[in-house]
Write a protein that binds this ligand. Structure first.
Ligand SMILES: *Cc1c(COP(=O)(O)O)cnc(C)c1O
Length: 397
């Protein structure tokens, strides 16, 4: 039977009826260990009681009023984000791409408001992913996403990952900002070093540029800090967040300093749905858990355990796994075998992992996992890797 859905995804032939913590239950009753978390979205796993309560309570009061009125839950969530980050102000959106659109518009408007409207270009990095809108595909610079969609949005200059000479050459009097993910997610879990982030900060300060960090995937506790850039001690001027921030409810945010947001005045930007009471109730509930004392310590501890166990896995299966990368509970396995084959073999073991660029599979479990889930994951990854070893031995004989 042909599907009525636009065929832009090659979907796995499995669907899920419910979820409990780090587990998804398929329609046939089989249980899958979810180390994908809906692509780093279900930060607190499935059916977290505190999130379910927040959503259902709000659902009985008011769902949506628009941004023409005050939304107390949005005020509260924005203030909590401000209290816990570099930022002074927050704009709520529904997705990561929209958060990045807000960030890009804000960076351009900053210079326009400062009397330099010619400064609109943004330097980005090879392997980046910033979303699927026309501006964010131009920012990401990946030909496979750009091709066929008409003229590429003007104003994005891409340089190789970590190439200082190329970066310096790309900065011109028209440059407005640098934009980077602290760890490339879709690009294959490439971690940006703290030194490189410090270099970017210094270049921004030297040239009067804004530093935009895309923390859509790395943010909200994923790496063991509330935001990944905290590991480097460098702060951005503008930052996007989404994915985990809503714990599964569609939501994004663009955070900024007051200075960086100086051009964004009444009427300059907007959204119908962004910051609505349902999303804000869930966003506040997510923060209740992530900001609770000890929560991020546990994420860091579990992340270290996972990293150590993955390193052992790699040593046991050098013909299948080449490298372990990442930070906290945002880990990647660079594969020797094709990553999509490995992800399929893992799924045969009833575990979910997510392919990324650079022949990597991503492990993005709920932040609530513990030792038991790490153990269960390693059993499944081991079995999946072993299935390749058997095949490889067969081929050699
Ligand atoms: C997923 C992602 C986006 C896009 O988010 P959407 O919610 O799909 O629009 C942008 N940047 C990064 C780093 C992402 O991982």
């Amino acid at each position: 039977m042909t599907s009525a859905l636009l065929p832009t995804y090659a979907r796995a032939k499995v669907s899920f009826e419910r979820g409990e913590g780090a587990w998804l239950v398929a329609r046939d009753g089989s249980r899958y260990l979810d180390f994908g978390a809906g692509i780093a979205v279900n930060a607190l796993g499935h059916s977290h009681p505190h999130l379910v309560a927040a959503l259902t309570e709000q659902a009985q009061k008011v769902w949506h009023v628009s941004n023409l009125f005050e939304v107390p839950e949005a005020e509260r969530l924005a203030q909590r984000l401000v209290d816990n980050t570099f930022a002074d102000v927050v704009f709520f959106s529904n997705s990561g791409a929209e958060a990045n659109e807000a960030a890009i518009k804000m960076a351009r408007k900053y210079h326009a408001a400062g009397g330099q409207p010619e400064r609109f270009r943004i330097v980005t990095f090879e392997g980046a992913f910033h979303g699927r809108t026309l501006a964010t595909i131009a920012a990401g610079g990946q030909q496979k996403y750009i091709e066929g969609f008409g003229p590429k949005v003007e104003g994005f200059d891409q340089v190789p990952f970590g190439d200082l000479a190329a970066l310096k050459a790309a900065i011109t009097p028209e440059t407005a900002a640098l934009m980077i993910e602290p760890i490339q997610g879709e690009g294959g879990l490439r971690v940006v070093s703290p030194e490189w982030l410090r270099t970017l900060r210094a270049l921004c300060d030297e040239h009067g540029l804004l530093l935009i960090m895309d923390e859509v995937q790395t943010g909200v506790g994923r790496t063991g800090k509330l935001f990944a850039h905290e590991w480097s001690g460098v702060t951005p001027d503008i930052m996007s967040a989404a994915k985990g921030i809503g714990g599964g409810f569609p939501m994004g945010a663009c955070l900024a300093t007051r200075e960086a947001s100086r051009g964004m005045v009444v009427g300059s930007h907007g959204t119908t749905f962004g910051g609505n009471p349902l999303a804000m109730a869930v966003g506040n509930a997510v923060l209740d858990v992530i900001l609770a004392p000890g929560f991020l310590d546990t994420v860091r501890k579990t992340g270290l355990l996972l990293k150590q166990r993955l390193a052992e896995l790699k040593d046991r299966h050098p013909n299948v796994i080449a490298d372990v990368r990442g930070e906290g509970l945002m880990m990647g396995l660079r594969c020797v075998v094709p990553n999509t084959d490995f992800a399929a073999a893992v799924r045969d073991q009833h575990m979910i992992v997510i392919p990324a660029g650079d022949n990597v599979v991503r492990l993005l479990p709920p932040l609530t996992i513990g030792e038991a889930e790490v153990g269960a994951a390693l059993d499944r990854l081991d079995a999946a890797a072993a299935s390749f070893e058997t095949a490889l031995r067969g081929a050699a004989e």
